[in-house]
Design a protein. Structure first.
Length: 277
């Protein structure tokens, strides 16, 4: 079944499924990486995997995700809906959230314009989210990972340099990890999911996530975003997203030690390409 995180996650998903009389005899494991996804009939149980390693406050991030997704569902926004009792539900210290299984085409390749316009629609709905988001955001999380994973001191210096140049401006609730891997092609159109990285920040962060995706031409997608930013305005956010990704790979390596060389290679690339601000 995989590593100990996957084994524990599936057991937790089945236990929560039993509480709600879901079909648990044949749990189908859909994913095992950042989160372990377990299909129980018409419901998908989501249990943190690598995110459990990366985030001491994972329970709070999942609660924010449920609140945001529930709000967006009520607004008929393009999202995957939560179950009527989504959680987080705790089993042996593991938080489990429940979501409606959404049929989609896993082979669909979104065009840059499709993603851009769907993200703009999502952002418009998120502007009205009424609750305060107390999420740390990427700067604080990057600092935490640099300390916890004992990463080179120059990365902390890079965070400080970025913080000094990131401009102030309007903030709103964001997706937080806005790339096509978190977008499903359904019969009703694109549907966003995985809002656990949400925070209150500038739309430029979500656009930086999109710019660096390898799943399509991210720069073309940003260019197609209505009234999108110019490249110079976006540049420091792209650099922060790149740094965030480097740190995340070290979180992955804590769970999967065989992937440490991949993280170290990416760190060398980051330090070489782009230089310091």
């Amino acid at each position: 079944m995989g590593d100990r995180y996957t084994t524990a996650a599936v057991a937790a998903a089945v236990e929560v499924g039993k509480r709600f009389r879901l079909p648990t005899e044949y749990p189908e494991v859909l994913a095992t990486r950042s989160n372990v996804l377990v299909r129980l009939g018409a419901i998908v149980a989501r249990v943190p995997g690598t995110t459990l390693v990366a985030r001491p406050g994972v329970l709070q991030s999942l609660a924010r995700e449920v609140a945001l997704s529930s709000f967006l569902e009520m607004r008929d926004s393009p999202v995957v809906p939560p179950f009527e009792s989504p959680g987080p539900h705790l089993v042996n210290g593991l938080p489990v959230t429940l979501w409606r299984f959404t049929r989609h085409d896993p082979d669909h390749v979104f065009s840059p314009a499709e993603v851009a316009w769907s993200l703009a629609e999502l952002h418009a709905a998120l502007r009205d989210f009424p609750d305060e988001l107390d999420a740390p955001g990427p700067l604080a999380e990057a600092r935490s990972w640099i300390t916890r994973f004992d990463l080179p001191a120059e990365l902390a210096e890079e965070v400080a340099a970025l913080e000094a140049v990131l401009p102030d401006g309007p903030v709103q609730a964001l997706h937080g990890d806005a790339h096509p891997g978190n977008l499903l092609a359904t019969a009703s159109g694109p549907r966003w999911l995985d809002f656990e990285d949400t925070w209150a920040g500038p739309v430029l962060w979500d656009l930086a996530c999109l710019a660096l995706t390898s799943r399509l031409d991210g720069r073309a997608a940003v260019a197609a975003y209505p009234d999108g930013p110019d490249p110079d305005e976006l540049a420091p956010w792209v650099r922060l997203r790149d740094l965030f990704g480097v740190c995340w790979r070290f979180a992955v390596a804590r769970r999967f030690p065989d992937r440490l060389p991949e993280a170290q290679t990416d760190l060398r690339r980051f330090k070489t390409v782009g230089g310091s601000l």
